[in-house]
Design a protein around this ligand. Structure first.
Ligand code: AHR
Length: 327
C-alpha cells in the first residue's frame, strides 16, 4: 500500500491549481474515461452533524463545481448508514462517472462497493475509512484519526501529570472510523498515566448529543466528580460546555476539556478558556478529492491513501490564528 502525507501547503497548492483551471481532462472529451464535457460525480456525504461537516460539504461543493468541469449529484444521509448505501446504489443506477463517499461507519461496504466495481464506476473515499478490501476503491483522502487521538491523549497525560484524574469521554458516531481511531489513539497515549476513564458514551458528533450525554454524566458524578472531558469533536465539547455551565461549573477550570476539529466555534471556546486544547481535523478535502477523481478517470496511477497533516492548538496558539482560519 502506498502512503503519502500531504501538508497544508499541498492543500493550498491544489487550491491554486484549480483556481488557474488546470483540469484539462474535463475539457477534451469523453466521460467515464476522463474525457467529456463534464464529469458526473455522485457524492455520498454523512449528513450535517457538525461544524466540521458543514465546512467539508462546502469544500466538496466548491471543488466539484461546474466551473471545474463537474456535475455533482449530492446526497447527505442524515447519518443513517442504510440510507447512505441506498444513495450509492442510486448513483450506480444513474450511471455517474465516479462516486465519492464519506462513509458514516467503517463496516458494511463490501457489497455496494463490489456493485460499483461491477458497473465499472471508480470509487474515491474521503474523510472516513472502511473495513472493506482496498481493491474495491481507488483511493482515500483524509486525516490520521488515530494520530489525532494520540495528540489529544499526550496533551492530557502531560497536563495532569501524576494527579489522579477522572475522565469522561464523548464518543463520535458508533462504528465510525474517527470514533474508533480517536479512542484507540487517546487510550494508547494515556496508558500508564494517572487518568482514569470513568464513563464513555456516544454523543453522535452533535452539539445536542454532547450536551445530553454530559448532562447525564454530571447527574451521575457531579461537577466535582469529573476532572476531564475528552470529546471526539468540537461540537460535542461545545454541548458539554453548556451542560457544565447549567450545572454551575466552570468549563476549562473545574472540568478541563480536550477536543478535536478546530472549527471556528471550538477555537473561540479555546480562546475563551472554556476548552483547554484542540487537535485539528482539516475538513478542506474537496480539491484533493476532485484531483483524485480526475486522475483516476484519466487512467493515471493514484496513491491508495492520501493523508492531510493536522496541527494542534493551545489557548495562546488559537488566539494567534483564529482570525485567519478559513473554517
Ligand atoms: O469524520 C470527521 C468527523 O466527522 C469530524 O471530526 C466530526 O466533527 C464530523 O462529524
Amino acid at each position: 500500500m502506498k502512503t503519502k502525507f500531504r501538508t497544508g501547503v499541498a492543500v493550498l497548492g491544489a487550491l491554486a491549481l484549480f483556481a488557474t483551471g488546470c483540469g484539462s481532462s474535463d475539457s477534451d472529451g469523453g466521460s467515464a474515461d476522463g474525457g467529456g464535457d463534464t464529469i458526473k460525480v455522485g457524492f455520498a456525504q454523512t449528513g450535517s452533524e457538525s461544524g466540521w461537516r458543514s465546512a467539508n460539504t462546502e469544500s466538496m461543493k466548491e471543488a466539484f463545481s461546474e466551473e471545474n468541469g463537474f456535475e455533482l449529484v449530492f446526497n447527505a444521509a442524515d447519518n443513517d448508514p442504510a440510507a447512505q448505501i441506498s444513495a450509492v446504489r442510486s448513483f450506480i443506477s444513474q450511471g455517474v462517472d465516479a462516486i465519492v463517499i464519506a462513509p458514516i461507519v467503517e463496516d458494511g461496504w463490501d457489497d455496494v462497493l463490489q456493485e460499483a466495481a461491477d458497473a465499472d464506476i471508480p470509487v474515491i473515499l474521503e474523510d472516513r475509512t472502511v473495513t472493506a478490501s482496498e481493491d474495491l476503491y481507488e483511493s482515500w483522502v483524509g486525516l490520521d484519526f488515530k494520530k489525532e487521538g494520540v495528540m489529544a491523549g499526550e496533551w492530557a497525560a502531560a497536563e495532569f501529570g501524576s494527579e489522579p484524574t477522572k475522565m469522561v469521554v464523548l464518543e463520535g458516531t458508533t462504528g465510525s472510523a474517527p470514533a474508533n481511531d480517536r479512542a484507540e489513539g487517546f487510550d494508547e497515549a494515556i496508558a500508564g498515566s494517572s487518568i482514569e476513564k470513568i464513563d464513555s458514551q456516544t454523543g453522535e458528533f452533535t452539539r445536542d448529543g454532547g450536551k445530553t450525554v454530559m448532562e447525564g454524566f454530571l447527574q451521575k458524578y457531579g461537577v466535582d466528580g469529573i476532572d476531564l472531558v475528552y470529546a471526539h469533536n468540537d461540537d460535542m465539547a461545545l454541548g458539554a460546555i453548556e451542560a457544565i455551565e447549567a450545572a454551575g461549573g466552570v468549563p476549562g477550570e473545574d472540568i478541563k476539556i480536550v477536543s478535536i476539529d478546530a472549527v471556528k466555534d471550538g477555537m473561540q471556546a479555546l480562546v475563551d478558556g472554556k476548552i483547554n486544547f484542540i487537535v485539528e481535523c482539516n475538513p478542506l478535502l474537496g480539491d484533493l478529492a476532485a484531483e483524485l477523481v480526475k486522475d483516476v478517470l484519466a487512467g493515471e496511477e493514484v496513491e491508495k491513501t492520501v493523508y492531510v497533516e493536522d496541527q494542534s492548538f493551545t489557548q495562546e496558539q488559537a488566539a494567534e490564528v483564529i482570525d485567519s482560519r478559513p473554517y
